[in-house]
Design a protein around this ligand. Structure first.
Ligand SMILES: Cc1cc2nc3c(=O)[nH]c(=O)nc-3n(C[C@H](O)[C@H](O)[C@H](O)COP(=O)(O)O)c2cc1C
Ligand code: SF4
Ligand code: SF4
Length: 211
């Protein structure tokens, strides 16, 4: 987080956002995620009575191996370098307190319109498509990284509890690639992605507890 800033959510206690001088939101996306900024802006407006002063999208590597190309990403990948440059630019804009609307992407709006409803209705049980292979060492990492505590160990193997957000952290953090997601092209041999600066401790910290 930037110096002098704090995290806010649309669900923060009422009034907390009205005291904030400048409110900005940043989403990461593989290509077409601008509609998420509109959604975030709308949630703030409805629940806090005030939208974002500035909204930014940063392109990152794709992290959903069942679609597109494989997820292998080297630390010097040009997408990561471009993201660092973009973040420096965004920090400059925030320092100056500039107003930046979320922008408009027709493709993002169309995909949102066509798929978000069904995605949000089915996402919780999407974990039925995960499987775990005999490569599993019962290390428990997948359980620790899940942001919504949707995994538990049963007989030394992870078991999914069907309130999944489909973030794929369990898939990407398994040190032996024992977890697969069996939809579309599947995940076998399709690489795993984790931002090179992201540590297991960061994942645990975002959950706010220590399993
Ligand atoms: C369940 C899921 C949904 C996603 N939806 C979108 C999307 O709608 N648009 C998009 O551009 N990227 C989407 N992505 C891709 C990620 O936003 C992107 O790959 C991610 O930001 C990777 O980098 P990071 O985790 O280091 O930020 C999605 C990823 C997952 C796992
Ligand atoms: S880590 Fe993400 S994909 Fe895995 S169970 Fe938890 S919410 Fe679902
Ligand atoms: S992270 Fe991988 S090896 Fe560890 S318990 Fe989960 S599935 Fe098994």
């Amino acid at each position: 987080m930037m110096r002098g800033s704090r995290s806010l959510s649309p669900n923060s206690p009422e009034g907390s956002i009205s005291r904030a001088g400048y409110v900005f939101g940043i989403v990461t996306m593989a290509r077409i995620g601008v509609s998420a900024l509109h959604q975030l802006n709308g949630l703030f407006r409805r629940r806090q009575g005030r939208g974002l002063d500035a909204a930014f999208a940063v392109v990152m590597p794709g992290n959903f191996p069942p679609v597109g190309k494989s997820c292998r990403v080297a630390p010097d990948d040009p997408v990561l370098t471009a993201a660092d440059t973009r973040l420096t630019e965004i920090a400059g804009i925030i320092d100056r307190g500039l107003v930046v609307p979320p922008g408009f992407s027709p493709l993002s709006s169309l995909i949102h319109m066509l798929s978000y409803g069904s995605f949000s209705r089915t996402v919780r049980s999407s974990d039925k498509a995960f499987s775990v292979s005999d490569a599993c060492t019962s290390c428990g990492t997948c359980v620790k990284v899940c942001p919504v505590e949707n995994l538990t160990m049963v007989k030394d193997r992870p078991s999914w509890l069907h309130h999944c957000e489909c973030c794929c952290a369990c898939l990407h953090f398994c040190p032996v690639e024992a977890i697969d997601l069996n939809v579309m092209q599947g995940t076998k041999g399709r690489g795993r992605y984790r931002h090179p600066d992201l540590k297991l401790e960061d994942m645990k910290a975002q959950r706010g507890n220590e399993p």
